[in-house]
Each structure stands twice: as structure tokens, then as C-alpha cells.
Design a protein around this ligand. Structure first.
Ligand code: SF4
Length: 229
């Protein structure tokens, strides 16, 4: 049986906890160190459950293979039920189960997940993140103003006409994203002006996704651009 991260989900593992979030459902989870060990095994690359359990088993000599397998399957079941991952017997099945968007996501109401992996002292995700980043400030979310160009001329716009026409070049954007990746930044928001007017917009989005960022675009929705496939 194979598993992999669903395309709308993102994982970040820190020293003391692990975090997973689905950008569509807005559901998230905080895991303790044991849960983080399992979480670290989930990526966009399909993996075989038995192979992963074998790897984890080498870290826990005094625990039987069967116990680790049960725990790992319980862990994956919860994640799959809540759309964080997909499982299947073939790559095609994984792809067919990984939908881009559906309003039925709002039906994934179960917030219970196995106690073994829970961050027990600080049960609320927001509290754990606030606590972590208050003590160790880092760049968890980043907004990048790609250009001051815009195809509109709103009276309330905060960009004065004298500042219209600036473009952040592609290399600089990539360099910022590279640094953000090292800092384990999760969420990127591209704004402007109108970000879709950036000449390299689709390449920037592609680069951001290849580097596993959760991406949002703040646009006025009056302009369309073809994204690379
Ligand atoms: S759409 Fe936004 S960026 Fe463009 S002029 Fe209006 S407020 Fe400014």
C-alpha cells in the first residue's frame, strides 16, 4: 500500500513538534516528537507503508515490528480521513483520490486523532505555534509584493501613481524563496499592485510550488494569466 501527501497539504517539522496543514480544508495538526518522527516520513513522493515501517523499526529495537506497523497505520488513517494524505495500491489510485477542491471538504469534521501522537500540554494548534514563534521568532508566513504595476486605478489604493511600474526581478524572488525555505517558512502570499502582471508570474508560482510552499495570490481578479502545467 502506498501513501503520499495530498497536493493541498504541507508539512513542517521543527525541533520540538511537527505541523501539518491542508490549505483547502484549513484543518491542521500539531504532533509531539513521536508523531513528528512519523510525519517526517510523509512527502509528495509516494512511499510504501511496509518500507517506511521497516525504517522506523530500526530506530526502536525494543518495540515489535507489528506494534510500529499498527501505530503507523493508525496515524495514516487519521490523516487520510481528514484529507492530509492519500493512500492507494498504485500511483494512478493516488492521483485519482487527490482532488483539487471540493466543498465537501467542509464535511471533514472529525478533529479527534490518536492520543499517542498528540501534543498534550498545548492542545490548540494556534497556541503551540504562538508559543514557539514568540520564543524563537521565524518567518512562518511571508508576503511578497511582486510589482507595483496594476491594471486598475482605485481611489483607495495605497500605492501612489509615482511608485507604479516597479517589478521585483525573478532572480531576487527566487533568492528570497530559497532563504525562506531554509527558515521553514510555510505560507507565501504574492501581492502587488496586481501580481498577475508580473512578466514571470507563472514561473514564480511554479518555483514556489516546487519548493513546497503553501501559496496564495492577492489579485483584483480582472486579469488572467496562463499558468505553466
Ligand atoms: S486593484 Fe489593488 S493594487 Fe490595483 S489599483 Fe486597486 S487597490 Fe491598487
Amino acid at each position: 500500500m502506498l501513501f503520499r501527501l495530498s497536493k493541498n497539504s504541507f508539512v513542517r517539522v521543527y525541533d520540538d513538534f511537527g505541523y501539518i496543514v491542508n490549505q483547502c480544508t484549513k484543518k491542521d495538526r500539531i504532533y509531539n516528537k513521536i508523531g513528528s518522527l512519523f510525519l517526517n516520513k510523509i512527502s509528495r513522493v509516494p512511499k510504501d507503508i511496509k518500507e517506511v515501517v521497516k525504517t522506523v523499526h530500526t530506530l526502536f529495537h525494543n518495540v515489535s515490528y507489528e506494534v510500529i506497523e499498527n501505530d503507523f497505520c493508525e496515524f495514516l488513517n487519521d490523516l487520510e480521513k481528514n484529507k492530509f494524505i492519500v493512500t492507494g495500491y498504485s500511483i494512478e489510485e493516488l492521483i485519482s483520490k487527490d482532488c483539487s477542491f471540493t466543498y465537501s471538504f467542509s464535511d471533514t469534521t472529525s478533529d479527534s486523532f490518536p492520543d499517542t501522537f498528540k501534543q498534550t500540554n498545548l492542545p490548540k494548534t494556534k497556541k503551540v505555534l504562538n508559543n514557539k514563534f514568540y520564543k524563537n521568532p521565524t518567518l512562518f508566513a511571508l508576503q511578497i509584493e511582486l510589482t507595483t504595476h496594476c491594471n486598475e486605478n482605485c481611489i483607495h489604493c495605497y500605492i501612489p501613481n509615482s511608485r507604479r511600474g516597479n517589478i521585483l526581478d525573478f532572480k531576487t524572488v527566487c533568492s528570497v524563496l530559497d532563504q525562506a525555505r531554509i527558515l521553514k517558512t510555510l505560507a507565501l502570499s504574492f501581492s502587488g499592485g496586481e501580481p498577475l502582471l508580473h512578466p514571470d508570474f507563472s514561473e514564480i508560482i511554479q518555483y514556489a510550488r516546487e519548493n513546497d510552499f503553501s501559496v496564495s495570490v492577492l489579485t483584483n481578479l480582472t486579469y488572467s494569466v496562463s499558468l505553466l502545467t
